[in-house]
Design a protein around this ligand. Structure first.
Ligand code: ADP
Ligand code: MG
Length: 396
């Protein structure tokens, strides 16, 4: 990928930057500014280089229409606080306001265009429509830095098309993400462990198929574990079960055996009569799941087993919570895996929106993991071994 340095001396140059500012809002207030903070290294680098920075970002799903509820105004204010300089917000995406705000920039100043998804062309499936918008972006900037990791798997005007119109490069966040995720998937230091969980096997088929070819150990927890247990002939009560995936899962079990991959399934589970925070929880071995109960977490014996094996790994990629961590009674498995990664002497990467949220909710120090990805969908596609359009355009 091309670096910011490859763009040369940026003093006085108008640099378009795609950032991921899709932050959670409650009553117009930002409840987690992690994504804005993650964008700061690149923005500071450009400001220090004397560039005139024009940031493009989206918020929520305004569906191609102007909707004040999705205005980037709160983001502009927060970004200004964090970077300790005023951030001018245009009132439109590429209209008169955008043009005049950009024209008013001095070296080292930052402007933010209004939510790019106010324009239907941003996410259009029609190439010509996206390209038309990208040409309008190119009127506002002389170079492009792609730093919105959460959107690099999208073929969108401010991510993909603009990169083909002006000199373009990857920002520091995109670099760090790609560097860490590829270190944990392409050529990992061994033993290499992959921990998968979350709700559905069908969401993660691509990840299983890709990483089964590379892993030394594959741990399966979360809702998807029940389709694996069913494939082994266990009855799983009312647990999440995808009957139509049982054959695929049998194929993975056979492939793991053939390749000598240590495929580790739970040996016990925490069950409850219903999906609720206050449902009474009981621990049962996997061959004794009652017909009228559902598994909502891996059990304590499984937690010990997973943690002990994970500790032997030199690289671990983790995607998907081990249980319904949103309910404290069923968060033990996710916490045990997080602890094993946090305390282990290994290169550890966490991908997946809910997994990253779980680690934070459970109070782990983010610094104790090698990398927590900021992009749910994008990190999943990298774990699947896919080529991301927004990355491919930044390669030479
Ligand atoms: P990620 O966003 O990290 O990729 P997913 O979206 O695949 O993860 O899955 C996260 C969800 O899976 C969580 O909301 C969690 O409650 C749910 N989950 C985990 N284990 C179970 C289970 N045993 N039964 C039902 N849902 C589960
Ligand atoms: Mg999710």
């Amino acid at each position: 990928m091309r670096t910011i340095e490859s763009l040369g001396d940026l003093r006085g140059t108008r640099v378009l930057v795609r950032s991921d500012f899709n932050v959670p809002l409650k009553d117009g207030q930002i409840t987690d500014d992690g994504r804005i903070r993650a964008a700061l290294p690149t923005l500071k680098t450009l400001v220090d280089a004397g560039a005139r920075v024009v940031v493009m970002a989206h918020l929520g799903r305004p569906k191609g229409q102007v909707d004040p509820a999705f205005s980037l105004a709160p983001v502009a204010a927060r970004l200004g606080e964090l970077i300790d300089a005023p951030v001018a917000l245009a009132e439109d995406v590429v209209g008169e306001s955008a043009k005049s705000v950009v024209a008013g920039l001095e070296d080292g100043q930052i402007a933010l265009l209004e939510n790019v998804r106010f324009d239907p062309r941003e996410t259009s499936k029609v190439d010509e429509e996206r390209q038309e918008l990208a040409r309008a972006y190119a009127e506002l900037g002389d170079a492009f830095v792609s730093d919105g990791f959460g959107v690099v798997h999208r073929k969108q005007a401010s991510v993909y098309d603009i990169a083909q119109l002006v000199p373009s490069a990857a920002g520091l966040l995109v670099f760090k993400e790609i560097d860490s995720l590829s270190r944990a998937t392409d050529d990992p230091e061994r033993p290499y462990g992959v921990v998968l969980g979350g709700s559905k096997v069908s969401d993660k088929l691509g990840v299983i198929a890709n990483l089964l070819k590379k892993a030394d150990m594959l741990f399966i927890g979360g809702g998807m574990a029940f389709t694996f247990l069913a494939a082994q002939g266990h009855s799983v009560g009312t647990s999440l079960l995808e009957e139509d995936q049982i054959e695929a899962v049998k194929g993975y079990l056979a492939e793991a055996a053939e390749r000598g991959v240590d495929l580790v399934l739970p040996v016990d589970v925490v069950v409850a009569p219903r999906f609720a925070a206050d449902a009474p929880a009981t621990v049962v071995p996997v061959d004794a799941i009652p017909d009228d109960q559902m598994g909502l977490d891996i059990g304590p014996e499984s937690q010990r087993l997973f943690a002990e094996k994970i500790a032997a790994a030199k690289t671990v990629a983790w995607n998907g919570p081990m249980g319904v961590f949103e309910f404290p009674a069923f968060a033990g498995g996710t916490a045990a895996v997080a602890r094993a990664l946090s305390e282990g002497d290994m290169f550890s990467v966490i991908g997946g929106g809910d997994s990253a949220a779980a680690v934070r909710t459970l109070g782990f120090d983010e610094e104790t993991f090698s990398h927590i990805s900021t992009g749910g969908g994008a990190s999943l596609e990298l774990l699947e071994g896919k080529v991301l359009p927004g990355i491919a355009v930044l390669e030479d």
